[in-house]
Design a protein around this ligand. Structure first.
Ligand SMILES: Cc1cc2nc3c(=O)[nH]c(=O)nc-3n(C[C@H](O)[C@H](O)[C@H](O)COP(=O)(O)OP(=O)(O)OC[C@H]3O[C@@H](n4cnc5c(N)ncnc54)[C@H](O)[C@@H]3O)c2cc1C
Length: 414
């Protein structure tokens, strides 16, 4: 899908119009993950297209290199036919359980899980990937990925993940699109259950990612990728000289608002309480910034626009008064939720539920490794998750060698 030119109407300002409302507490008062277990949609036909086939249109004045209209096929070498990329990857393995025992079992199929699979498969460990009900992970719900190295013209998130998957399968990875419900890490082989099927593995790499917490508004979901985002690092670039809102009151929101001033002409920091939760220094930095306007006691009731965000309907959380404010973008910065539930009884988690790694990618249980956003709340990028997947696979392989489960050998095979 190609980003479309922004029409002139998008930059026109609408004068704030006041409305009255007796609106009771909205969805915003009870933040939740609107997109299910992983923030990514299931790979049905609509969701397999970025944003369900909707176009992004923030490119006109970014100076960005135009995105290729179609993703080329990837040729894997002279002996192998080019693989046609299918967003979301091949579907034929869905619910087909097949092999259930492996030396390495990987949970999750985002950049971390599939990179771990590529490395483990190339080391002849014939890994199984339990890919989850949102195969491909978070990048399946985004369109342009412009910061993943190797794609100078950018690439669509689903196309990137289809290529990851094809590469993992090429070397013999067995992928099943199921969620792990529970595990038993008390002894080896480790046992994991998904859809009532038991899997056994000598080592496990957990790469189940994290989900952005959204406000839960229908209009917020509709405008995702068309002005609504949960990742300033990923999407800030598309908002050069735009007026935008940032929702939240903690350090994440303060940091994202400050970061976004590099691009936006004005940042409205919208917080439903009367003071911030963030650290003093971050609060001061935001309050002092000439491009940031702070709106306390302010909730977002609706995102308004035609094909993209044009206005926000805001509400005073004390009086209930509603009004509209022009804005071409909205960043939701109210936190992330790590998808660590099935493992919490066995592994250490921090106060927010992120898995804790003790040394490199190791956990407190020998043979269980962790990669990607499920432990990394600092970087949260595809390339760092992929790097982590590589590290976890190498750590798993070396650990299997040390146990004598596989022959020591492959240091040079990477
Ligand atoms: C809208 C959006 C846009 C983004 N844009 C960019 C960008 O432009 N550039 C960039 O670098 N980063 C971007 N990111 C961030 C990037 O997507 C993440 O940092 C990256 O995907 C993390 O990879 P991961 O493999 O750790 O986890 P994820 O991508 O979250 O993948 C987790 C996987 O685990 C699976 N899973 C979860 N629970 C279970 C379970 N119980 N059993 C089995 N499987 C399970 C899921 O189905 C999924 O396949 C974006 C994120 C979002 C949400």
């Amino acid at each position: 899908m190609k980003r479309t030119k922004r029409d002139d109407a998008t930059s026109s300002r609408t004068a704030p119009t006041e409305q009255t409302s007796g609106a009771a507490a909205t969805e915003q008062d009870r933040p939740r993950d609107a997109s299910g277990s992983n923030g990514a949609t299931a790979p049905d036909t609509a969701a397999a297209l970025p944003f369900g086939g909707l176009a992004i249109d923030f490119s006109t004045d970014t100076g960005a290199v135009p995105i290729a209209t179609s993703v080329p096929t990837i040729a894997f070498g002279p002996d192998i036919a080019p693989v046609e990329l299918t967003p979301g990857g091949p579907d034929e393995h869905r619910f087909e359980h097949g092999r259930t025992e492996s030396k390495v079992l990987i949970v999750g199929s985002g950049p971390a899980g599939l990179t771990a699979a590529i490395y483990a498969a190339r080391a002849n460990l014939t890994p199984i990937v339990l890919a989850g009900s949102a195969p491909g992970g978070q990048l399946m719900i985004t369109s342009d990925v412009e910061n993943y190295p190797g794609f100078p013209d950018g690439i669509q998130g689903p196309d990137l993940m289809a290529a990851f998957r094809a590469q993992a399968e090429r070397f013999g990875t067995h992928i099943v699109d199921v969620d792990v419900d529970r595990v038993d890490f008390s002894s080896r082989p480790f046992r994991l259950w998904a859809h009532a099927t038991e899997y056994r593995a000598e080592s496990v790499i957990i790469a189940t990612g994290a989900s952005a917490i959204w406000l839960g508004l229908e209009s917020e979901t509709r405008f995702r990728g068309r002005g609504v985002s949960a990742c300033a690092t990923c999407d800030g670039f598309f908002f050069r000289d735009k007026e935008i809102g940032v929702v939240g009151g903690g350090d994440t929101a303060l940091e994202e608002a400050t970061f976004l001033t590099r691009f936006a002409s004005k940042v409205h920091l919208l917080h439903r309480r009367d003071q911030f939760r963030g650290s003093k220094i971050m609060v001061q930095r935001a309050l002092d910034h000439p491009k940031i306007e702070v709106h306390f006691n302010t909730a977002v009731d609706e995102v308004l626009g035609d094909t993209h965000v044009e206005r926000l309907r805001l509400r005073d959380t004390v009086t209930g008064r509603q009004w509209e404010m022009p804005a071409q973008g909205l960043f939701i910065a109210i936190g992330h939720k790590p998808d660590s539930e099935p493992f919490r009884d066995w592994l250490e988690v921090d106060a927010k539920g992120y898995l804790v790694v003790n040394d490199q990618t190791n956990t407190k249980i020998e043979g269980v490794f962790v990669a990607g956003d499920v432990h990394d709340h600092r970087y949260r990028q595809a390339v760092t998750a992929a790097g982590d997947g590589c590290r976890a696979a190498i750590d798993a392989e070396r650990w299997l060698e040390a146990q004598g489960i596989i022959e020591a050998s492959t240091a040079s095979a990477w």
